[in-house]
Ligand binder design. Structure first.
Ligand code: OGA
Ligand code: MN
Length: 297
């Protein structure tokens, strides 16, 4: 089935022609979607009707193994009972909107900082597939920025300076920014991961800036200097004209490449209105779709 892509932003992000992804199993179409991801880094599919199982199964067909540790799942059990399915909602265990002072709500507010999913893990996240089940009657959008374009816009001097640098990412760091403290046991579980600051995307050879609110230090650099550089790069990468803002409709599936984009949730009246998204993220490890074929996982 030939797909068509309608660009949503001058640099990246496209809406794909209508299709029911839960029924897409043929390798040709899956390869076309991956080629679209290589080009646009973010694809929007409208009007999907996924059950949780269909969402998980599609994610595996498209990109192989799934991540099970993209948040505090290491510390807390998910409401949804499957560690590969992230509960991106403002609902507590009883399905009620969080009270303003609920610690889990506070923790989830970390999504409002610019980040890329699971960069504090090794392997980190590759594709995130975020599906909208319930959206509020007010805008509760997600913003995305293209880290390949951000790299391309750097001066040659800056590109040379950044080459070879390595960055420590930790979810404890992004939560420290919001004022959270962690016990020593928690710190040990959340100790983080080290990744290159510049990543080369394997299939296209394009380079991208791999940064996030989780980025806590540049290895071998003095802490303040490293943090200042990271802050400067985040500012550079997220100038308003470089950002695509997604307004959610029920049934939207947004697939974004965490190696090539950053994102953040925008604020809304979250103690009033329900918002229920589910996310599945693939592991950034080798996956040969042609060999995997259409076999169910
Ligand atoms: C996520 C995330 C943003 C949002 O699910 O990883 O950052 O707007 N979500 O909910
Ligand atoms: Mn996220």
């Amino acid at each position: 089935m030939p797909l068509t892509f309608r660009k949503l932003h001058p640099q990246f992000a496209a809406e794909v022609s209508p299709m029911a992804l839960r029924q897409v199993t043929d390798p040709e179409t899956l390869l076309e979607i991956r080629a679209g991801m290589d080009e646009y880094a973010l694809l929007v599919f409208r009007n999907q009707h996924f059950t949780d199982e269909e969402h998980l199964a599609f994610a595996q067909r498209l990109d192989g193994q799934l991540h099970t540790k993209t948040g505090i799942s290491a510390l807390q059990k998910s409401r949804l009972g499957n560690e590969a399915l992230a509960d991106v909602s403002n609902l507590n265990a009883n399905g009620e909107v969080y009270q303003a002072d609920d610690r889990k709500r506070m923790y989830g507010l970390g999504n409002r900082l610019w980040h890329t999913d699971a960069s504090f893990q090794d392997p980190p996240g590759r594709y995130s597939m975020l599906f909208a089940r319930v959206v509020p009657p007010v805008s509760a959008d997600t913003e995305y920025a293209d880290m390949r374009a951000a790299y391309d816009r750097l001066s040659d001097e800056m590109k040379a300076q950044l080459e070879g640098l390595r960055v420590h990412h930790s979810i404890a760091h992004s939560r420290h920014i919001l004022g959270f403290e962690f016990s020593e046991v928690e710190q040990e579980i959340l100790k983080g991961a080290i990744h290159p600051l510049i990543r080369t995307l394997p299939r296209t050879g394009r380079k991208s800036l791999y940064i996030a609110a989780h980025a806590s230090k540049i290895i071998d650099w003095p802490l303040p200097e490293g943090r200042l550089l990271l802050l400067e790069l985040i500012e550079h990468a997220t100038r308003p004209e470089c950002v695509y803002r997604h307004s959610w409709q029920v049934g939207d599936l947004v697939i974004y490449d965490n190696r090539a984009t950053m994102h953040r949730a925008r604020p809304y009246a979250d103690t009033t209105y329900r918002r229920e998204l589910r996310r599945v993220t693939s592991l950034d490890v080798e996956y040969d779709i042609e060999q995997a074929g259409a076999a169910p996982h």
